[in-house]
Design a protein. Structure first.
Lengths: 366, 476
């Protein structure tokens, strides 16, 4: 084509030959990889079947008999017999098993996995060269949930791959050890180790007294993403952190970013109690639609008769979603013991289209 | 004259080499990412997201004269395994029995329709909920085009996320759940996620679902399968990793509803409204909100019937290229600007060079060859060698795309892979020249201020005057 002359020039350098040779070799190499991958899929399926055939009955016997001593005896040799391709499959099986059992059985399994050396194998797995295996090992350790794995997982917070760091954060959240709080707090406030909400979620799962102050510090930081995650963190830990509701009410009233105020309103709905209804009623008059939407929705979760006036007013809101959510909140309150009478009266006297809308949906959905 | 042609040939060779290097780099990045993706995604495992609360999703599908398939499509959408799902079919003033078929099958009840809708649209005649499945809503409106119908659906949607698709798209039941995953990982920054669009020609389809993926034996179908694999798996994975995705396909994309509303909805001023919306997200949100992301979910699959004739393909590609040029014209200010991240500094130059300008270069190359033949100045041996080099390097791209498919998904059988490899060998002889010619036609139409089947080009820049309000956080 257009390169005829160029090839004439390039021919003495044998450029054409080399381009063809390299590109051709690359195609052959890629196609060989395609074939290898096709074969590997089939092999992986066989591995999965073999591991499931070996471990499935062992786990089934444990679930029937709760005989963890026998499980420990059978598990270690079974794991040691497996090759490098089979162990990840076994790790997935262990992870799934831990999600399916009762808390008591989980406790038994935990000590069994520790005694049989599975935890140690998992800890070694966090140092493997392949990042997906490191992440898988972190995930397995998290699901097993022994506190001895915490230092190993903390070390993975500095892993070079973000997926491994994220898996380590989640695993620490699964283990719920307070020992992880200082490192996770630093990760949360700096926002570098993993996405803020993933770290926040892990901390919310750990909960406890140690976590609340971090979220309190978070709502005062300049980064709105951290402030939003901190609001939801405070909402989830309100049960153990007494000042959470008050702090959220302050954020709802004073934060300059409507996204953060909206998050504070939603979090108050999750937290409940204390100053929440009063703060949310005030927020139904916020100038930003998003804040009003979150506030009226959150009010539907409380059994507070004083909120019915504000909700009734908002059924005529210029924002369609605020109006519908207010009507839905009134419908929800109508079924509550304290706010029920006031809400029913409002619904009966209302001529707002949103109330009709919510009623039709409730009737059709019933 | 011969000397001038020689210099142009130099330029074309450099262009060709830069294209190969850039595309192979993207493919290599995609291979790396898909390896990770496949490993972390054993079919039996669920990967926990960051949200305890499942984000609510509304699927919006515009329908115009779709009476034959609309009921089956609605049922297929409702068969999704996503729990918190609402489906809105927007009947865009169909002249056939589309609305009547829906009413008959789903027993529709009218909902009150007052209050300010979020986006301006053609008049809405009614909004309905189904007694058979209350997750289904139907908007009946006057005709206003695809974008307008989708905007009506988005206006009446009540969820945090909206899935935009077509009435004839075949979504896999788990597609929405998989496409929502990036929002769970980045609930405050992820604005949109594109799904993987695959060509259904040749596959076995039952009840609106692809049950046995296969490749059509016809060249036009098989070559488009290969083309989609290259485009979606080959490069979009890499663009997503770089946060430089400039297009979320209109056949299947998930967006933050409040972001779309804040940006003014889908534009009616371009033929490539899906790409335009994605570019607008980068253009308007990223300068002030650098973390805003557009992602790609390669395992969230939507099947679509590709054109089965050259005439159909020509019409589609002329339209697509005209849309691309529209969007580049509207968003040219992003070109090379670091404030838009990789979308401005890497993706825009790539698209301008290798998608917008490529047909000009390609057709120029063919013209030079013809001229050299005409003046009897061509060296046939070297011409054949250069053509061979072009074919082999395009095979590099094809083979890598097939590798990505095999690493991540393994949807196709041996015979399908062989068929794809075979048609890939000859696509440079018939498919690529045809594409180049059609795209050149679209370029000439655009340069003369016209567009295929739609009169003159509207001004377009008005859509950038939308307020750039930021979106609310996703609930957890």
């Amino acid at each position: 084509m257009s390169g005829a002359w160029v090839l004439q020039v390039a021919a003495p350098l044998r450029l054409t030959f080399w381009v063809l040779a390299v590109a051709g070799a690359w195609v052959v190499f890629m196609m060989a990889l395609v074939v290898a991958r096709h074969v590997e899929w089939a092999r992986a399926a066989r591995h999965r079947a073999r591991v499931q055939a070996e471990l499935g009955p062992v786990f089934a016997r444990f679930l029937e008999s709760d005989d963890h001593a026998r499980l420990a005896e059978e598990l270690r040799p079974a794991f040691l017999r497996m090759n490098a391709a089979e162990r990840p499959v076994a790790a997935v099986l262990v992870t799934e098993l831990m999600g399916d059992v009762s808390p008591w059985q989980k406790e038994q399994l935990r000590s069994t996995f520790e005694q049989s050396g599975i935890v140690e194998l998992g800890e070694r797995g966090t140092r493997r060269r392949s990042p997906w295996r490191r992440a898988l090992a972190c995930e397995m350790l998290g699901k097993i949930g022994t506190s001895r794995s915490v230092p190993v997982l903390l070390a993975r917070l500095d892993d070079r791959r973000p997926e491994v760091r994220m898996a380590a954060v989640r695993a620490l959240g699964d283990i719920r050890s307070p020992d992880a709080v200082p490192a996770l707090s630093a990760a949360f406030l700096e926002g570098r180790t993993a996405p803020t909400n993933v770290v926040g979620d892990a901390m919310r799962r750990i909960s406890g007294e140690a976590v609340g102050p971090t979220f309190e510090r978070g709502v005062a930081l300049p980064d709105p993403i951290i402030r939003i995650a901190a609001c939801f963190g405070l909402g989830a830990t309100a049960g153990t952190h007494g000042a959470a509701v008050h702090r959220l009410a302050e954020v709802l009233a004073s934060d300059s970013d409507p996204r953060v105020r909206s998050a504070a309103a939603s979090a108050l709905g999750l937290a409940g109690g204390g100053d929440a209804p009063a703060a949310l009623i005030a927020a139904t008059a916020d100038s930003d639609d998003r804040v009003r939407r979150s506030a009226v929705k959150a009010l539907g979760r409380f059994d507070d008769p004083t909120s019915t006036d504000a909700l009734d007013e908002r059924t005529e809101d210029e924002d369609r979603e605020v109006a519908i959510r207010s009507a839905e909140a009134l419908h929800a309150l109508a079924k509550r013991p304290r706010a029920g009478e006031a809400a029913r009266a409002r619904l009966e006297s209302s001529s707002a289209w949103a109330v009709d809308y919510a009623r039709t949906i409730a009737e059709v959905s019933a | 004259m011969i000397a001038a042609l020689q210099y142009i040939s130099y330029g074309i060779l450099v262009f060709f080499l830069v294209y190969c290097v850039a595309t192979v780099t993207l493919l290599a990045l995609s291979v790396r990412e898909i390896s990770w993706y496949a490993r972390g995604q054993q079919p039996t495992r669920t990967r926990p997201g960051g949200l305890a609360h499942q984000a609510s999703v509304t699927l919006v599908a515009p329908a115009y004269n779709e009476e034959t398939l609309i009921v089956q499509s609605a049922k297929a959408f409702l068969a999704s395994d996503y729990e918190s799902l609402e489906v809105i079919i927007a009947n865009d003033g169909s002249r056939d029995e589309t609305f009547a078929r829906l009413d008959e099958a789903f027993d529709l009840v009218q909902l009150p329709l007052r209050g300010r809708t979020a986006l301006p649209t053609a008049p809405i005649r009614g909004f309905y909920i189904s007694r058979v499945d209350p997750r289904l809503r139907v908007v009946d409106k006057e005709n206003g085009g695809r974008s307008d119908a989708i905007n009506a659906g988005i206006s009446l949607a009540r969820s945090e996320l909206v899935v935009i698709t077509d009435a004839d798209s075949l979504l896999e039941p788990e597609a929405i759940r998989r496409a929502v995953r990036p929002f769970e990982i980045h609930p405050d920054t992820c604005m949109a996620v594109g799904g993987d669009i695959r060509v259904a020609n040749g596959s076995k389809i039952v009840g609106g679902q692809v049950v046995t993926p296969a490749v059509s034996t016809r060249g036009i179908g098989a070559t488009q399968v290969l083309e989609y694999l290259r485009g979606f798996l080959g490069t979009r994975i890499a663009w997503s990793e770089l946060n430089g995705m400039l297009i979320v396909s209109g056949a299947f994309g998930v967006f933050r509803r409040d972001a779309v509303v804040a940006l003014g909805g889908l534009s009616e001023q371009t033929l490539g409204e899906d790409m335009e919306l994605t570019m607008r997200i980068h253009h308007l949100l990223r300068p002030e909100w650098r973390e805003a992301r557009v992602e790609f979910a390669p395992d969230a699959v939507c099947w679509t019937e590709a054109p089965g004739t050259m005439a159909g393909l020509r019409s589609q590609r002329v339209r697509w290229h005209a849309g691309l040029l529209d969007n580049l014209r509207i968003h040219w200010r992003m070109l090379g600007r670091p404030r838009f991240g990789a979308a401005g500094t890497v993706a825009m130059p790539y698209i301008v060079l290798f998608e917008a300008a490529e047909p000009l270069v390609e057709v120029l190359g063919f013209a030079i060859v013809i001229t050299l033949i005409a003046v009897n100045a061509v060296n046939w041996t070297y011409l054949a060698a250069f053509f061979l080099v072009a074919v082999v390097t395009s095979q590099v791209l094809n083979a890598t795309a097939l590798l990505i498919e095999e690493i991540g998904f393994r949807r196709y059988r041996w015979q399908d892979l062989a068929l794809l490899a075979g048609w890939g060998l000859v696509e440079a002889l018939w498919f690529r020249p045809a594409l180049a010619w059609w795209r050149l036609k679209a370029t000439l139409l655009a340069l003369s201020g016209r567009r295929p089947g739609w009169g003159t080009i509207p001004r377009g820049a008005g859509i950038l005057e939308q307020p750039t309000t930021v979106v609310a956080p996703l609930n957890r």
